[in-house]
Unconditional design. Sequence first.
Length: 290
Amino acid sequence: MRLLLPAFFALLVLFVTAATSSAQTVLPPESPATPPAINPIEMLESASEVVPGLDGQLSSTLNILVLLTVLALAPSILLLCTCFTRIIIVLGLLRQALGTQGLPPTQVLLGLSLFITFVVMAPTLEAMYTNGIKPYADGEVTSYEEAWQRTKQPLRDYMFGQIEATGNWSGVYMMLNYRGVDTSDPGSLDRSDVDMVTLIPAFILSELKVAFLIGFRVFLPFLVIDLVIASMLVSMGMLMLPPVLISLPFKILLFVLVDGWSLLVGSLMTGVYQPETLQHVIGTLSGAGP
């Protein structure tokens, strides 16, 4: 035991000495090279020099910044300026009327609404591309302000067409009154007096009104089935049995027998104001033929 203790201390001293020497000889890791700082103003100036119609000045740089901000919000704005609002609300009210809780799933309703919107808005989107975006991309139009005017005109015509077809001008007058425009004589007003800031919320209010009116009509037959089933259960003394549990199979059966999905989607598509290029499609959906 006495011989082991000196040997143990000797090994401990050697270990500490080796560890200290190795720590002193290890070189510190090299710090990574600092990347050059990115100047967003320079990036925007470079972009303004590339985009046709801009001269690369500071005002053009700010215009590019505003343009990028608008592009980030473009999907939401475009959805609000289309028939997507009407379609998704009607389909959501249909799901509540059926009483199927989460069926169809929300993702399915959103996907169906998007594809129906693409089909309905195809002529308007094609006109926007042909009149504004394509000439600007080909260099025929060098001013982005002129390109914007050409691009938004088909969309303005579409929104005005929907408001005129439904007769919901009250939203337009309300927005104009709030912005200080005299609407005491509506006949003196022109479409050019209504800018996009006024037209878009008025169009959304019109679409909401139409969607809830359609949803009310969709609700009625299913409400009748619920009332009949509930009265039958009460007359038989089955008060503890939920009427929804009995009426759900009958509502689903009725909806499937009348081909409800085709009827509802066809009505939504034909209910949207269409240009003359889709009149044959409307006739086909309504059964009148091309």
